[in-house]
Ligand binder design. Structure first.
Ligand SMILES: Nc1nc2c(ncn2[C@@H]2O[C@H](COP(=O)(O)OP(=O)(O)OP(=O)(O)O)[C@@H](O)[C@H]2O)c(=O)[nH]1
Ligand SMILES: [Mg+2]
Length: 264
C-alpha cells in the first residue's frame, strides 16, 4: 500500500504543479461516486490503474470492495478550468473499529483535495442520510479545510416532494446541496458550475527567505502545496508561487519561524 500511496502522491504533486485543481469524490459505498465521475469527466481518462485489481468482480464481497477503488481513477473534469476529479474508496457503514484507521489512510486524495464532493444516496431514509453525513463530516474535517459540497444523488428514485423534505431535514448538515442523478446524467452542468465557483481562488505570493538549512524544507513544502512559478537562490532564497489563501498564510507563518543566520 505504501508503494501505491507514494506513486499517487507523486502524480498528484506533478499535476498540481502543472496547474490542476484537485476535486475528490467522497461518500459511502454505493452512493454513486464512480458513476458521477464518469459523468463529470471530459472524454480522455487521465489514468486508470484498474489493472491493480483485474480480478475483482463488481459483486465482490464488501471486504474486497473496500479496496476496489484504492487504485484510484482520476479524470479531467469537462470544464475550462484545469480540474482533476478523483474517485475514492467508499466509506462502509459499521466498519469494524480496527479497520477505521487503515481506511482513513486510504483517503489521502480526499485530504489533499481543493474541494470535496460528498456524494449521498438520496433514496435512503433521512435518518440514514443524516448518520452518514455526520460520520463523513467528522472524518473529512479532521484533516482538511477544503470546502465540502454535498451532492444528493439518485434523484431519479425520489419524488420531488420527498426530495424537498429531505433537503429541509438535512439543511444544517448539508446547506445548499446539489441534486443529481448520475444514472440519468441529470444535474451535471450545475455541478460543474458549482465546482468552478467553489474552488478557492489562488493568490500570488513572493517570499524572500534567509539561506538556512531549514529553508530548503520550507521550499519543498511550498512545492507540495502551491504552484511554484520561480525559485532563485543567492544570499537569500526567493520563491514566487500561487496558492490557496490558507496555504499562503501557513507559508508566511513558517517563513517567520525560520532561524535568522548568524552572519545576518
Ligand atoms: N437509480 C440510480 N442509480 C444510480 C445512480 N448513480 C449510481 N447508481 C447506481 O448505484 C450503484 C452504485 O454506484 P457506484 O457509482 O458504483 O457507487 P460508488 O459510490 O462508486 O460505490 P463504491 O465504489 O462502492 O464506493 C450502481 O448500481 C449504480 O448504477 C443514480 O443517479 N440513480
Ligand atoms: Mg466506486
Amino acid at each position: 500500500l505504501d508503494g501505491i500511496e507514494a506513486t499517487e502522491q507523486h502524480r498528484r504533486e506533478q499535476r498540481r504543479e502543472s496547474g490542476f485543481d484537485l476535486v475528490a469524490l467522497a461518500g459511502y459505498t454505493n452512493a454513486g461516486k464512480s458513476t458521477l465521475l464518469r459523468r463529470l469527466a471530459a472524454d480522455v481518462a487521465v489514468d486508470e490503474n484498474e489493472e491493480l485489481h483485474p480480478d475483482l468482480e463488481p459483486t465482490a464481497e464488501s471486504e474486497d470492495r473496500l479496496f476496489t477503488t484504492l487504485g484510484t481513477t482520476t479524470r479531467r473534469a469537462a470544464m475550462d478550468r484545469p480540474v482533476l476529479v478523483t474517485d475514492t474508496v467508499g466509506f462502509i457503514a459499521d466498519l469494524p473499529h480496527w479497520l477505521v484507521e487503515s481506511f482513513k489512510s486510504t483517503l489521502d486524495s480526499v485530504y489533499r483535495a481543493d474541494l470535496v464532493l460528498l456524494v449521498v444516496d438520496a433514496s435512503e431514509s433521512v435518518e440514514e442520510m443524516r448518520e452518514k453525513l455526520v460520520t463523513a463530516h467528522d472524518t473529512l474535517y479532521e484533516r482538511n479545510e477544503a470546502p465540502i459540497v454535498t451532492v444528493l444523488n439518485k434523484t431519479d428514485l425520489v419524488s420531488p416532494d420527498d426530495l424537498a423534505e429531505k433537503r429541509d431535514a438535512l439543511s444544517s448538515l448539508a446547506p445548499n446541496p446539489l441534486t443529481a442523478s448520475a444514472a440519468e446524467a441529470d444535474g451535471i452542468d450545475d455541478l460543474l458550475d458549482r465546482i468552478e465557483r467553489d474552488l478557492p481562488d489562488y493568490e500570488h505570493e513572493r517570499l524572500v527567505l534567509p539561506m538556512t538549512d531549514e529553508t530548503m524544507s520550507l521550499v519543498s513544502w511550498i512545492h507540495d502545496h502551491a504552484r511554484v512559478e520561480d525559485v532563485s537562490y543567492g544570499d537569500q532564497v526567493t520563491v514566487a508561487f500561487e496558492a490557496r489563501p490558507t496555504v499562503i498564510e501557513q507559508s508566511r507563518d513558517r517563513a517567520a519561524d525560520l532561524p535568522i543566520p548568524e552572519s545576518a
